[in-house]
Design a protein around this ligand. Structure first.
Ligand SMILES: Cc1cc2nc3c(=O)[nH]c(=O)nc-3n(C[C@H](O)[C@H](O)[C@H](O)COP(=O)(O)OP(=O)(O)OC[C@H]3O[C@@H](n4cnc5c(N)ncnc54)[C@H](O)[C@@H]3O)c2cc1C
Length: 438
């Protein structure tokens, strides 16, 4: 089978690695070409796939199943704590259990000069793993695809090549690829803004191991995050119609200055897009869309999702062939599951948005979580929920059910009533009496 993969980001590299893995299990020979115009060995924007780079460690365990193990130079920080900054105050949430750990990585080869120990980029590392398994890397972009029983693609230099399967893994930040033969519509997207800040070794110490999430009561900004990466911090903003100066406005907020200091120096900045709906259709004869080009998890864990969709698509193609019928049986169930799960995610984020703007609601939540931090891990239900939402460590459906747990609701209701009664002293009352007594 001749396979063309368009895009050498995580989805493209994972697809190729899994395809070789399954082909070896069947004793079959396949050839895989990855078309990728970026050079991930370059520093800053030209070599970067623009992302905050947080990965739950269970995704690293999944990579290990096919022999991919991230070297320590690629892992920039191990995150064990989150701080949530809301109008009602700051909430510190510790990692609820070992399995929920998270690491941070660079998607490019660092924001300045390429470092001497190369590469530190996740994408460069994954792509070199794919090449070591037999991928032929083609450093050129694809202009158009023709889907059908004899799929073809046209490169930017107008070469036409025929394959048995064309895998679209081009994400949502490249130029639009013309798809013929099926009415492919790319996913809808939302705008983000991102920058990297250089920090001195002393300044970074206070940020090490902790992600800061800001939920300001600003109607255009959904959230902003600070992610530590050794001597840098990545800052990402998600919002509706983010203005050109959204990053500088964000960096001047007192609560952000409080974490970064006034001396923060932005090294590079970009305005990528994030996929927020599935593409349609996701497959056809000799064609399948994976990662962000197909369907991704809402706002969190896009890299883990790239692995899951690529694994399912590669399994289907190698074991059952690259036909539309095979993808209906082997690939569609996972896509449906992700689409369904995102509905719960959308609900949870809308709910968070309401809380974000009403300190009368967020204050009791904060107090409950602060109190939970002194309880044994199994009783930290709301903390677990918040951790899962902002790290992507659990499916949204599971988190939704957790939020509906009668004990969480009872707990919150108690705190809401007590908050009205005791006002800002609620935390000390909780610590002395415990929420159940209240
Ligand atoms: C600001 C921001 C922060 C994020 N933070 C996180 C996070 O912390 N954790 C997380 O898991 N996810 C995060 N995501 C989402 C994550 O970046 C994506 O889900 C993930 O990169 C998807 O991988 P992919 O391979 O599908 O697409 P991409 O990573 O976008 O890779 C697509 C590749 O295709 C190539 N390409 C594009 N067009 C063509 C073409 N015509 N021909 C050939 N090649 C082409 C591109 O050069 C690129 O290398 C974030 C996204 C954004 C925008």
């Amino acid at each position: 089978m001749r396979i063309a993969v368009i895009g050498g980001g995580p989805a493209g590299a994972f697809f190729a690695c899994y395809a070789f893995h399954y082909a070896r299990q069947l004793g079959r020979t396949i050839s895989v070409d990855i078309f990728e115009p970026r050079d991930f060995f370059r520093a800053a924007r030209p070599g970067c796939n623009m992302c905050a780079g947080l990965i739950p460690t269970y995704v690293l365990d999944e990579m290990a199943e096919i022999g991919i193990s991230l070297p320590s130079r690629v892992i920039r920080s191990r995150i064990s704590d989150y701080s949530l900054h809301m109008s009602a105050g700051t909430l510190d949430v510790a990692q609820p259990d070992k399995k929920a750990a998270v690491v941070s990585v660079f998607r490019g080869n660092g924001p300045l000069q390429p470092p001497p120990e190369r590469p530190i980029s996740l994408d460069a590392f994954l792509l070199s793993e794919a090449v070591s398994r037999g991928v032929r890397l083609r450093s050129i972009a694809v202009r158009a695809i023709e889907v059908g029983h004899e799929p073809r693609l046209r490169t930017m230099s107008d070469e036409v090549e025929r394959y048995d399967l064309v895998v679209l893994a081009a994400g949502v930040n490249g130029p639009q690829i013309h798809v013929e033969g099926i009415p492919y519509r790319p996913p809808k997207t939302q705008s983000m803004a991102q920058t990297e800040i250089f920090m001195s070794p002393d300044a970074i110490q206070s940020l090490e191991g902790r992600v800061h999430i800001f939920l300001p009561s600003d109607k255009n900004l959904m959230f902003g995050t600070l992610v530590p990466k050794k001597n840098y911090v990545s800052i990402s903003l998600l919002g509706n119609n983010l203005s050109r100066d959204s990053l500088s406005l964000f960096l001047s907020r007192p609560e952000v200055v409080g974490q970064l200091g006034v001396q923060s120096r932005a090294i590079c900045a970009c305005r990528p897009r994030i996929a927020v709906s599935p593409a349609k259709p996701l497959y056809g004869p000799g064609f399948v869309a994976v990662g962000d080009s197909g369907v991704t998890r809402l706002y969190k864990n896009g890299i883990g999702n790239a692995l899951r969709t690529s694994r399912a698509a590669a399994h289907t193609a190698i074991f059952y062939g690259p036909s539309g019928d095979a993808f209906i049986r082997g690939y569609e169930p996972l896509c449906r599951e992700i689409i369904q799960d995102n509905r719960f995610g959308r609900f949870l984020f809308s709910f968070t948005h309401v809380f974000q703007h009403r300190s009368a609601l967020s204050h009791p939540h904060m107090m409950t979580v602060k109190w939970e931090q002194q309880q044994p891990p199994r009783r930290r239900r709301l903390s677990r929920l918040i951790w899962g939402m902002f790290t992507g460590s659990d499916p949204y459906r599971k988190l939704f059910l957790m939020s509906m747990d009668i004990r969480v609701q009872y707990h919150l209701f108690n705190c809401l009533i007590a908050d009205t009664w005791y006002g800002r002293d609620l935390h000390s009352v909780l610590v002395t009496k415990g929420s159940m007594e209240l």
